[in-house]
Write a new protein. Structure first.
Length: 192
């Protein structure tokens, strides 16, 4: 069974919306505004690219990343990696041709079936609504979080507000950096 990893930049109060400056959010770009860049804090991002065998995205994140990421050197290891996009509305014609093989999955059952195939870890970037659905369905195995020392208040959050049974997490790796960013890696270990 393949490991499904959710990776996210998140504020201390749980917001993950528009970390890189995406439009439409009043605090867009919060990961670099007023926070010193410390290269070692982002080491996990390079490691994710080396270890991932596939990328899973929601439609909105695919539409945001696919025009930009294929040409970005810092995401070079993702270029030819298989992509899976979970969407009920995305069409084959909307897929880009320069970002590796892409398959549209129409349901969480399709994601569960993908996890049952042979291969290495599957990484989920961005994809707020997809993260909520995957978590609520118990499909996420690990979280890679870079927690930034900011409180953003309103904004889309990493975790859904659905009334769920308790899920325990096991901290398997952590680090704190000079700029206040904390790296936290948690395995999902089950219910209460």
């Amino acid at each position: 069974m393949r490991t499904l990893i959710s990776t996210a930049f998140v504020s201390l109060d749980g917001v993950m919306e528009a970390p890189g400056g995406e439009s439409g959010y009043r605090n867009a770009g919060w990961t670099f505004k007023g926070i010193d860049f410390v290269p070692e804090a982002f080491e996990i991002k390079g490691r994710e690219q080396k270890e991932a065998s596939a990328m899973l995205l929601g439609r909105a994140s695919y539409e945001a990343f696919s025009p930009v990421w294929p040409a970005m050197e810092e995401f070079g290891d993702y270029k030819d990696l298989p992509k899976y996009v979970v969407s009920t509305t995305l069409t084959e014609e909307a897929l880009v041709s320069d970002w590796g093989p892409t398959t549209i999955l129409r349901s969480l059952d399709d994601v569960a079936a993908l996890k049952e195939t042979e291969g290495g870890p599957i990484i989920v970037h961005g994809s707020i609504a997809l993260n909520h659905a995957l978590s609520d369905a118990g499909l996420i195995d690990r979280y890679h979080l870079l927690v930034f020392p900011v409180l953003l208040g309103a904004g889309k959050r990493l975790f859904s507000s659905a009334d769920q049974d308790t899920r325990k997490l096991k901290l398997v790796e952590q680090a704190a950096y000079a700029n206040g960013v904390q790296m936290q890696v948690f395995d999902v270990v089950g219910g209460a």
